[in-house]
Write a new protein. Structure first.
Length: 265
């Protein structure tokens, strides 16, 4: 993939260098059974500051891709790297420290008596003093509009509030990469829009796995279509997601905003 050079000062001279991708995957193969690969020769990069969407039908391998980046599914063959580190046992702690994962199941990341305590876990585990961790957590809850609910039990929150709480819980650690698995699942229109606004404003690199193709149009500068464990197409969202024949061949539909409007009567 061609990437533009960036100027960097070295001593008294400016030199050209190419920014390294935050995620680099080469010829990756993985499966839950040795003879049944789910990911097949996968190649993928996420650039610094990029918002990249991975779309595809159920069973395409999207969640397996996320589990591989998290180090729960180590490659059979090929390579996967994040932040310049190979996804391998010795590097997993360092990779996870710099990557925020927002999981599909809303209750997988909220298990403390209050959402404030859930958001404080990251800083406390990193050795931040409790008072400073509390201050940082409250600031993040305020950023996502949940400061007034800081002491609420997560089970009392709506799906949209839970999603924003999980977002705060990963952002509090200031990750370089944010990985979101079906972030708009279960959300009503107002909560979905609130989440999109929050994610759009983030400076981090973002990798979003989703069936919400309208969200892809709102957020992402690039989209890849995954099916059968392979990337079958990649491009700009407004072009790729307008290709009805391509999407139909992979059990997807053109988003409503890109469909031709019926002629006025």
């Amino acid at each position: 993939m061609n990437r533009p050079p960036v100027l960097r000062r070295t001593g008294r001279a400016w030199e050209n260098f190419v920014m390294e991708p935050v995620v680099r995957i080469r010829n990756l193969t993985y499966g839950y059974h040795a003879h049944e690969p789910v990911l097949r020769g996968l190649d993928l990069e996420v650039q610094p500051g990029e918002c990249l969407a991975v779309v595809g039908p159920n069973g395409a391998g999207k969640t397996t891709l996320i589990m591989t980046l998290a180090g729960f599914c180590l490659p059979f063959t090929g390579e996967a790297a994040a932040h310049g580190l190979a996804v391998a046992a010795p590097n997993l702690a360092a990779i996870r420290a710099r990557t925020g994962f927002v999981l599909q199941n809303l209750d997988d990341q909220l298990f403390m008596p209050s959402i404030l305590e859930d958001v404080m876990i990251g800083p406390l585990k990193a050795g931040v003093a409790p008072a400073a961790a509390r201050e940082r957590a409250l600031a993040l809850l305020g950023q996502v509009g949940l400061a007034a609910l800081a002491d609420e039990f997560p089970g009392h929150l709506s799906a949209g509030q839970k999603r924003l709480a999980t977002l705060a819980a990963v952002l509090v650690a200031a990750p370089d990469l944010l990985v979101l698995d079906e972030p708009t699942l279960y959300l009503d229109p107002w909560a979905r829009r609130a989440l999109i606004r929050q994610v759009a404003a983030l400076p981090q690199s973002r990798l979003i796995v989703t069936h919400d193709l309208e969200m892809v149009l709102d957020l992402c500068s690039r989209v890849v279509l995954l099916d059968g464990g392979r990337i079958v197409a990649a491009g700009q969202p407004h072009e790729l997601l307008a290709d009805a024949a391509l999407l139909a061949a992979h059990r997807l539909e053109v988003p409503g905003s890109l469909q031709p409007r019926p002629a006025a009567r």
